[in-house]
Design a protein around this ligand. Sequence first.
Ligand SMILES: *Cc1c(COP(=O)(O)O)cnc(C)c1O
Ligand SMILES: [Zn+2]
Length: 446
Amino acid sequence: MTAGLRAAFRCFAGCPGEHPLTRAIYTCPRCGGLLAVAHDMDALRRTSGEAWRALFSSRGYGAPAPYASGVWSKREWVAPEVTDADVVSTVEGRTPLCPAPRLAAELGIAELAVKQSGTSHTGSFKDLGMTVLVSVVRQALREGAAQVRAIACASTGDTSAALAGYGAIAGLPVVVLLPRGLVSTAQLVQPLAHGAKVLALDTDFDGCMAIIKELAARGLVYLANSMNPLRIEGQKTVAFEIAEQRGWDVPDWVVLPSGNLGNAAALHAGFAMMADLGVTSRLPRLCVAQAARANPMVTAFKAGASAVSPMRAGETLATAIRIGNPVSAPRAMAALAAMRGVAEEATEDELAEAAARADRAGLYTCPHTGVALACAKKLRAEGVIGPRESVVVVSTASGLKFTEFKLAYHEGRAADVTSRLANAPIALPPDVERVAEAIAALGPSA
Ligand SMILES: *Cc1c(COP(=O)(O)O)cnc(C)c1O
Ligand SMILES: [Zn+2]
């Protein structure tokens, strides 16, 4: 099935012309706009939806490399021309789709599941896109199609962790630009540990992004941000996995915490490809969920605007989505239109409360997943999500990266948040009677 499949860069806005995926190119040479990866859909359509489902399902847990990876098990739909030898993989993907019945009951949602994309090598969904991007760079270097001094990105923390990890596996130099003081300790340590050159700039993410774009345009670095659509090709496998984990059925809704909006584009690309190739029969509806202080997509959506206007993103606990000038805004606009999508926002108090409630129900969510859960709650309360509809919330990172956020909540010192579910440790002397009293104070057994 793989023979003769190919993919190339094309202008997202539709200018003519194609460019090889191994070329270091990030914008359309004609209009300067975004690029997309175009697959040879006619060749892919020669295989039936049923045959694709069977092929993908046959590449299970015990499949040989690289097929054990959730991304490379779908390689024909992702990057068909990357050879086995070029693949740089951590056996990423295949993350749990975790039912959350207690949370669903609290929110009045008929069926709620959390796609745990943060259960991954570097602790976020960014691994899915980075395995593809770094593999294509390795192929380009081997073929002599590109010279690369370093692969580089601007990051709110998780992109740099993923790039540093995959770069280290491939033995390629990595440079990351971080907004100084605005990423979590875990996110700062990850690229340092992997030996990346970490440049901490006195600006926000949008400031870092503007600089990295200029460096890439000058040919100084290879750009690893999701402006580069190779990232989107890997990330779209989240959609494939959600469908596969539901027996090749799609949920009524997918709720996605969003900042630069590359992942919204990826989900759309993934669900559209499955429907086009007869693997599924419809598209889910999409909710782009943003923090109220970094909400350019919500503002555009509520105003009925056809384009997103940049804003200055304010301080938010959801640091990974603190972005005011989202690079993939045109791609996400197309996603909302195709998926009958909506954009919704969560305040600091709402996102922290939603994360704490999810933790109480046994999840361990990052603040961004809190944003998505809070938005799902609102949409259900407003009746936008119907009483019998199924919802998948995409959890984008591991809660383990956001200890400062959780500690601040439970110590009652998170800014603009009322810690209704605060749970602080109780200090006691090492005295069995005192400990027994504390346990008795729990009340009768459940
Ligand atoms: C990158 C990231 C997002 C946002 O993804 P975009 O593609 O930038 O919209 C959300 N949550 C977490 C934890 C992230 O790292
Ligand atoms: Zn163009």
